[in-house]
Design a protein around this ligand. Structure first.
Ligand SMILES: Nc1ncnc2c1ncn2[C@@H]1O[C@H](COP(=O)(O)OP(=O)(O)OP(=O)(O)O)[C@@H](O)[C@H]1O
Length: 458
């Protein structure tokens, strides 16, 4: 049977560059944040303890990439000075190993430091002692990155003890441990107890969302590596003449000379030229991602998906249409994944909002959502939560970006009240709700939205 697989792609040259685990060489958009982190870590380059640092900001802002880049540089320095410096760095993603307790996170640190198996049959205190003992054995400067640190929830024993390890004599004078915490849950950060805050946050570094210009730079650097016949050439090396950011003599490239762009904050100009991306692809993706959350991961995903769509369908050039298709597919995949992982109760709350969205009754207050939620719960034979608990689920859906919860003026009576509406395309939600087997038998069309409750009704 002839194979439909191809070993080369007419679109991609180096597809890995657009994958999640690719580590960029540079992060010019994060120069200030890297400088701050550099300052926090520089005592380690002198053989003493680094400051504890806390990197925070929304998803996809380069926090992890910045921590890894800066640690790699410090490791390189320590290697060069290995007769003088004794440095150990650990990167631990609390979420991916489900290290949701101090016990599990301390076990992981112990395992990484010793190479031993996971300790079993011990109390949290005993595992923390084992972890500090391992630090004593390793000695020197030990920097531990705890990514997604918020998954530790309100179990702050580890976060309280680690920064105090020297002061409390948990480790000897020859050990300098410190923590780089990373989180995109700003509420968690604010809710930490003040005793933990004061020690964990020697240096706090905020990563604010990327704007469209920064996203364009990030995407152009990636695209030049990832796609066929796509390049970034310094203006003085390109066969074109540029005046006021415009190409006035197109040289050998005639009708398709590319465009003049910047790819970092140095002010240096480049010609970006591509035979597989039309000129509106990168600006459009950047605009979509900037309008949404300014998330570089999301922007890179759109670019990759657009390439995959073109590749699979034999399309020669990615264009606006391919980008729109990619955006809707990525959105669908994201929502589908989030919805499948939700509890049934969260799915029921979402189904209720969806019914009201369909009938044009959103943004809507909690009470009408609750009425529909009860109907739906009856329909599928699920337990019914009290109104407050159902609202907690709505707030969680807001955190996931699936619905939008906003306090709005509620009219003449009372102060502002929460109003909810869908934030993602309704047809995607309906399709996924229909696929979820736990909601089998639910027909959204049959649920009566009852009296509408738009803002204007109040
Ligand atoms: N300035 C940048 N230049 C190039 N690539 C970047 C930049 N910022 C982020 N990225 C890329 O975007 C993706 C997300 O970045 P990263 O994982 O560092 O974000 P994060 O802030 O740690 O997000 P999360 O909190 O969701 O883990 C990665 O693929 C990363 O390489």
């Amino acid at each position: 049977m002839p194979s439909r697989y191809a070993s080369t792609s007419h679109i991609f040259q180096e597809e890995e560059v657009l994958r999640e685990d690719y580590r960029p060489d540079e992060l010019p958009e994060r120069e200030d944040e890297l400088d701050n982190l550099h300052m926090a870590l520089s005592p380690a380059a002198r053989g003493v303890g680094a400051n504890n640092a806390f990197l925070y900001g929304k998803a996809g802002q380069g926090k992890t990439a910045a921590a890894k880049t800066e640690l790699a540089e410090l490791e390189y320095h320590a290697e060069e000075e290995s007769d003088r410096l004794d440095l150990t760095t650990l990167y631990i993603s609390c979420e991916s190993h489900d290290l949701s307790t101090s016990f599990r996170a301390a076990s992981r640190i112990y395992m990484e430091l010793t190479g031993n198996e996971r300790p079993t049959g011990h109390s949290t205190d005993a595992v923390m002692d084992m972890m500090f003992e391992a630090m004593n054995d390793v000695g020197g400067t030990i920097i531990i990155v705890l990514d997604e640190i918020d998954t530790l929830g309100d179990d702050d024993r580890l976060l309280y003890s680690l920064p105090r390890a020297r002061a409390q004599n948990y480790v000897g004078d020859h050990v300098y441990p410190s923590v780089i915490g990373i989180s995109n849950d700003l509420q968690w950060r604010d809710n930490l107890s003040s005793k933990v805050k004061s020690s964990l946050y020697d240096d706090q570094i905020l990563f604010s969302p990327y704007d469209a210009i920064q996203l364009k730079q990030i995407l152009r650097r990636r695209a030049a590596k990832a796609f066929q016949d796509t390049e970034l050439i310094p203006v003085d090396e390109a066969d074109v003449t540029v005046e006021d950011d415009t190409i006035i003599d197109t040289g050998e490239f005639g009708s398709d000379p590319g465009e003049v762009v910047e790819i970092d904050c140095s002010g240096e100009q480049y010609v970006f030229r591509s035979e597989v991306l039309t000129s509106d692809v990168i600006p459009l993706i950047s605009a979509f991602a900037a309008q949404d959350k300014g998330d570089a991961r999301q922007a890179i995903k759109y670019l990759r998906k657009a390439g995959e769509i073109a590749d699979a369908n034999g399309i020669e050039q990615l264009d606006e249409e391919t980008v729109r298709q990619a955006q809707s597919q990525v959105e669908k995949e994201t929502v589908t994944e989030a919805m499948r992982e939700m509890t049934t109760q969260a799915q029921l709350a979402l189904a209720a909002i969806t019914v009201l969205e369909k009938s044009g009754d959103t943004p809507v207050r909690t009470k009408p959502v609750y009425a529909i939620y009860q109907n739906i719960a009856d329909e599928v034979g699920a337990d019914k939560l009290v109104q407050r608990r159902m609202r907690d689920h709505l707030m969680e859906l807001d955190m996931q970006g699936i619905i939008d919860a906003r306090k709005r003026a509620a009219g003449s009576v009372g102060g502002p009240a929460w109003h909810f509406e869908l934030q993602v395309a309704i047809d995607i939600v309906v399709e996924v709700l229909n696929e979820i087997s736990r909601l089998d038998g639910l027909n959204l069309d049959k649920i009566n939205p009852g009296k509408g409750s738009k803002i204007s009704d109040y």
